[in-house]
Structures are given as structure tokens and as C-alpha cells.
Write a protein that binds this ligand. Sequence first.
Ligand SMILES: [Mn+2]
Length: 268
Amino acid sequence: MKSSVTISLMKSSKAAWIFQEDISICIPKAKRIGFDGVELFMGGADDVDAKLLRRLLDDNRINLSAVATGAGKTLHNLTLTSPDKTICAKAIDYIKRMIDFGALFNAPAKIGSMQGNIGKNNREDALVQLTESLNELGRYAGQRNVELLFEPLSHLSTDVINTVADGIEIIKKAGADNIKLLADLYHMDIEESDIAKSIKQAAGFIGYVDFVDSDRKPAGMGHIDLKSAVDALKHIGYEGYLSAEALPWPDSQTAAEQSIKTFRLLCM
Ligand SMILES: [Mn+2]
């Protein structure tokens, strides 16, 4: 398994990004602390100079693990389940640009909050829209030789897909075989009755793990039984990233060091 840490180009003390500084500062810092990869959260695919990112990744011998698409919803109000077809089309286009950007670095795009909420839509219609969008985006990613990551979120964040089981079901329906499940341990702590059991049931589907503790605290600072979760990942032969998607709590440096310490303790 490989470690990664989240970097956001935007600042928010309430969001789960450990680093919230310029990439030319955070990427060397992530390497010094010992991460194998960095995950980027940005407003859109044009927000980062790809050449600068390439140089920083190469110079620091670190990988881009994934690109997050959440800003599509939080900044641009785009979701894949909106009853407004124009918004859905823009959401698909936004994600395609992020897939293109990630593909330059062999990194997958994550779809979590862009699944939106049912809202004024009809549930059946929303699920059909989401399935069709995932199929289109999965095939688009496949043509660029990258995976697409789909993340169930707790009921506090969405009323569309909350559990690992429902995530697997929609991935199967979407049908593109490069769509993988993103298992976020914070969301799973809220929704799954047994995290380790759910991980085992998701064997073959998990393509990425958001490595975080309860209440979005850095791994090892909350109450989730991370050892049993990691043991379950080992059991299913998972070899991908565990990405520290935690609050910069109590501060960014401590959160990063705590995450890598827990990663080394449990995964190595
Ligand atoms: Mn997540």
C-alpha cells in the first residue's frame, strides 16, 4: 500500500485538506514527511500549471495519487443528479477536464460530492442519470488509461449513495470496468456497521482509500478501529493509496506527521 496526503489550492479550516498552501511549498513538505503521493483539490483543471506540477513531482520523486472534483459542486454548483439537464451536462464536462488533467500524471479523478443530492429530482431518475454519467465518464477515463473513483458519502453529505454496498451496485450498473470504489473511512464509520466486513465485501472494487479517523481527524487521533480496516485491506490484497484526507488538526504539520506515523504502524 502507498501513502498520500491531500493538498488544496483553496483554504478552509473546516475542510479535510491537510495542506492548504502553494504546491511549491507543500509538495516538498509532503516528500520530507515521507508520503508516496499527493492528492490535489482545486477549483478546476486550469487552476494548476501542469508543467510546474510535473517539475515539482519529478524533483521531489513523488506521485500525484488523485485529483478531487468536489469543487465542481462547492464552487460551481454542478452535480450529476440535478433535475436541470444543463447543469448535469456541465458537471460531466467539468469532470472530463479533471480526468484529462489527472491523466497527464496517470492519476484518477475522484467523484464524491458531485453525486449531489436528490433534491427536487425523482430518486429513480437521479439514479439513472448518475449511472449513465458514470458510464460515460468511466469510458472517457478508460480511453485515457486511468481509473475513475466513485465515493459513497455519509447521509450528512448526500442522500444519493451512502454505503459501500450501494456504491458497488451503481458501479456494476454503470458497467465501465475501470470505475473503482473509493472507500472513505470517515464516511464508512458513519454508515457501515462493520468497516472491516464491508471492506472484505468490496474485494476487487476498491481503488482508493481516504485514510482518516472519526470526525475527520488525522488517522490515529479518533476512535475508528483502523487496524482492523487495514487488516481487511491486506486480506483483500489491496495495494493502492491510503490518502490522508483529514482536517489540518491540531495543525497541518501535526496532521501530516500523525497520518504517516499511523500508516507506517499499520500498513508496513
Ligand atoms: Mn473522501
